[in-house]
Design a protein around this ligand. Structure first.
Ligand code: F6R
Length: 583
C-alpha cells in the first residue's frame, strides 16, 4: 500500500518520478505528491485524487535532478492535501515519503518541539530527522529509524546535501541502477522502463545515494550488495488497445496459463516429496490468493488424496501450536508483499518450518524470505482486481497436486489442454455474451453464487470479483449449504450463479439449482453443457479436474463488464490497493 519512487540523475527528475508514480498508482490512489531538491532548497507539490492523467506541465515545481514521490492509500488521517505525502520538517530542511505505519507516532509526537500540521504518522519522521541533523543527514536518518516502531519504509531528502536516504523496516524498497542515475521504489515497475538492474534493500537496512548507493546495516556498518538483473518486460505492464488493465489482464490468460505450466519438473517432484513427507502442509494466502489456497486443498484431496490445510494469512497465528520443523508452508501471493502472509511466514520460521512460496513478483520480499519458490509467470498484474495471477497460481498448485499423485505428465498435458481451451474461449463473441449477461445483472444489488467441491471456493472467489470490481453485493456458498439458511434470500428474480462440472458433484449441484428455480430465482449456469435448470448458460470448456481454472474466468469477465456498465473504474476500485502492506 502506498507507492514510493525516488530519482537522482541527470534527467528531469520530476518527469521520471511522475511516470513512476503513474506506474505505481495501483498501490494507492487517494492522493499523491512530489518533493524536489533544487539550488534554492526543498519544495513539494501535492494533490488529492488520482495521478493517472497528470502531465509534467501540471506540476508546479522548479527543475531538479533529485526528486521523491508518493501515491497514497490513507492509513492515518483523511484524504486531504495536507495529509498527502511528501511531508516536511517545520523548517523545511527535510522532505519524506513513507509506506507503512509508525505504530508509536503518538508517543513520539509528545516530544516534538513544533506541533505537526498533518494528521499523519509520517510527518513525525521529517521532524525527527530534522531534530537530529547535528552529525549529518545519514546519521539523522539512521537515528530516526531506530525510534520508529511498526513495519514501514521511508525515503528522505535534505536541504544541504545531494543525498537521498531510505530505510526499509518491513515495507519493500528496491534500488534501481541506471547509467549514472539511481532510483528507489516500492516496486520495480516504477523504474522498469529505465533499468532492469536492481539492488535489494533488506529489512533494517539503510541506503544512502550520493555518488553511488551505499548500504548500511542497523548498526551503521556498510554492507556489500550484488546487482541483480530483473527479467520482467516493461511492455507486459502496458494495457495496449484495451480500455482497462483489468480486461487486458483477463485476456492475457490466453498465454499465462501456458506460461505457468512452464515449471522445473525436478523442482515440482522435489517439492512433491516434501509435501508427502511433511507433518502437515499449510497453504497460506489472503483474499483471492486465499481462495486459490482453498481451491487447491480440493486439488490435493481429489488428485493426490492428500490433505493440505488452507489458512487465511491473518488467521495463521492461531495455528502456531501445530507447527514443527517438519511442517511445510506454501505461501501464495501475487505481490509477494502482503503483510498478513509475511507475518505468517515469520511465525512459521520461528518454529523451523520450511517455506516454499508461489510468487509472481520477482525479487519480492516473499521470494527472498522463502527457502525456495515457484514463479507463477503471470507477468506484471496491474489491475487491483487479481485475475491472471489467480489462474497462474491455480495452475502451479494443480501441477503440484499431480506431482504428489505421481501423475505429473498427465497433469501437465491436462493443463496444456486447459490453456488452449482458454485461448479458444476468450474470443470476442464470448466477451459479448458475458457483456449481455452483465446488462441483465446491472441493476441488481445482490447476486448469489454456488458450487460444490473445488467450485465452492471458486464461488467465493467469484463473489470477491463481483464485489470489488462492480460493488454488487455478491456472496458465495457451498451448494449444499443453501438449504441451511441462505435460501431464505431467494425471491422471484434473485440471480443465482451456479458453477457445475461433469464430476461427482454435478447431480447435487443441479438439484440445488432446481431448488432455487422453484422459488423464482434466476439461474445462470456456468457449465460445459446446458441444463433445463438454467435460465442463462455460460459455456465453459470441459477440462476435467482442471475445471476451477476455467470457471473463474467468465466470472472475472462478468465483474469487469458489470463495473463498466455501472460506471465504475474497474482498475481502481474504491478503498482498495493492490499490495496490502499493512495489517
Ligand atoms: C482480489 C485481490 C486481493 C488479493 C489479496 C492478496 O482481487 O487481488 O484479494 O488477492 O490482497 O494479495 P497478494 O496475492 O498480492 O498477496
Amino acid at each position: 500500500m502506498c507507492g514510493i519512487i525516488a530519482y537522482k540523475g541527470p534527467k528531469d527528475a520530476i518527469e521520471i518520478v511522475l511516470k513512476g508514480l503513474q506506474q505505481l498508482e495501483y498501490r494507492g490512489y487517494d492522493s499523491w505528491g512530489i518533493g524536489v531538491k533544487t539550488q534554492a532548497g526543498l519544495d513539494v507539490f501535492k494533490k488529492t485524487g488520482q495521478i493517472g492523467k497528470v502531465n509534467r506541465s501540471d506540476i508546479h515545481l522548479p527543475e531538479s535532478t533529485i526528486a521523491i514521490g508518493h501515491t497514497r492509500w490513507a492509513t492515518h488521517g483523511g484524504v486531504t492535501e495536507t495529509n498527502a505525502h511528501p511531508h516536511q520538517s517545520p523548517n523545511k530542511d527535510i522532505v519524506v515519503v513513507h509506506n507503512g505505519i509508525v505504530e508509536n507516532f503518538e508517543e513520539l509526537a509528545l516530544h516534538l518541539s513544533t506541533p505537526r500540521v498533518s494528521e499523519t504518522d509520517t510527518e513525525i519522521i521529517a521532524h525527527l530527522i530534522s531534530q537530529n541533523m547535528q552529525q549529518g543527514f545519514a546519521h539523522a536518518v539512521r537515528e530516526t529509524a531506530k525510534k520508529l516502531q511498526g513495519k514501514s519504509g521511508f525515503v528522505a531528502i535534505n536541504k544541504d546535501t545531494d543525498e537521498i536516504a531510505a530505510v526499509r523496516s518491513g515495507s519493500p524498497l528496491i534500488v534501481g541502477i541506471g547509467e549514472n542515475e539511481y532510483f528507489i521504489a516500492s516496486d520495480v515497475t516504477a523504474f522498469l522502463q529505465h533499468t532492469k538492474k536492481v539492488m535489494y534493500l533488506d529489512n533494517n537496512e539503510m541506503v544512502v545515494i550520493n555518488d553511488a548507493p551505499h548500504f548500511y546495516d542497523a548498526d551503521g556498518k556498510e554492507v556489500q550488495k550484488r546487482i541483480v538483473d530483473i527479467d520482467w518486460e516493461a511492455g507486459t505492464s502496458e494495457k495496449g488497445d484495451h480500455a482497462h488493465y483489468l480486461i487486458k489482464e483477463i485476456m492475457d490468460q490466453k498465454h499465462t496459463i501456458m506460461a505457468a505450466t512452464n515449471q522445473d519438473e525436478e523442482k515440482l517432484k522435489r517439492v512433491a516429496d516434501e509435501i508427502r513427507n511433511a507433518y502437515g502442509t499449510f497453504l497460506v494466502g489472503c483474499g483471492t490468493a486465499g481462495k486459490v489456497c482453498q481451491t487447491s486443498e480440493y486439488f490435493f484431496s481429489s488428485i493426490a488424496h492428500k490433505h493440505i490445510n488452507a489458512v487465511v494469512g491473518s488467521e495463521f497465528s492461531n495455528y502456531h501450536h501445530y507447527l514443527t520443523d517438519k511442517t511445510l508452508m506454501i505461501p501464495v501471493s501475487q505481490s509477494g508483499e502482503t503483510m498478513d502472509v509475511l507475518d505468517a511466514m515469520e511465525i512459521a520460521k520461528k518454529k523451523g518450518v520450511k517455506i516454499i512460496s508461489l510468487i509472481n513478483v520477482v525479487g519480492s520480499t516473499m521470494m527472498r524470505e522463502s527457502d525456495d519458490y515457484f514463479n507463477v509467470n503471470a507477468g506484471v498484474e496491474k489491475a487491483v482486481v487479481s485475475t491472471k495471477a489467480t489462474t497462474a497460481q491455480l495452475s502451479v498448485l494443480y501441477l503440484l497436486a499431480h506431482a504428489v499423485a505421481g501423475t505429473l505428465q498427465e497433469g501437465k498435458s491436462q493443463l496444456m489442454n486447459t490453456a488452449s481451451a482458454v485461448t479458444d474461449m476468450l474470443n470476442p463473441r464470448y466477451d459479448a455474451r458475458i457483456r449481455d449477461l452483465a446488462q441483465l445483472l446491472k441493476g441488481r444489488e445482490d447476486v448469489i453464487i454456488i458450487g460444490r467441491g473445488a467450485n465452492y471456493p471458486i464461488a467465493l472467489e467469484a463473489a470477491i470479483k463481483l464485489m470489488e470490481a462492480s460493488y454488487v453485493h455478491a456472496q458465495g456458498f457451498a451448494g449444499g449449504e443453501l438449504k441451511h439458511g441462505p435460501i431464505a434470500l431467494i425471491e422471484p428474480g434473485t440471480p443465482v450463479i451456479v458453477l457445475v462440472n461433469n464430476d461427482e458433484n454435478k447431480e447435487a449441484t443441479i438439484s440445488n439449482a432446481k431448488e432455487v428455480q422453484s422459488r423464482g430465482g434466476v439461474i445462470i449456469g456456468v457449465a460445459p453443457e446446458n441444463n433445463p435448470a438454467f435460465s442463462h448458460w455460460i459455456k465453459v470448456p470441459d477440462v476435467g479436474d482442471a475445471a476451477p481454472i476455467v470457471n473463474i474466468i467468465p466470472m472475472q469477465m462478468l465483474a469487469y463488464h458489470l463495473a463498466v456498465l455501472r460506471g465504475i473504474d474497474p482498475d481502481k476500485p474504491r478503498n482498495l490497493a493492490k499490495s496490502v502492506t499493512v495489517k
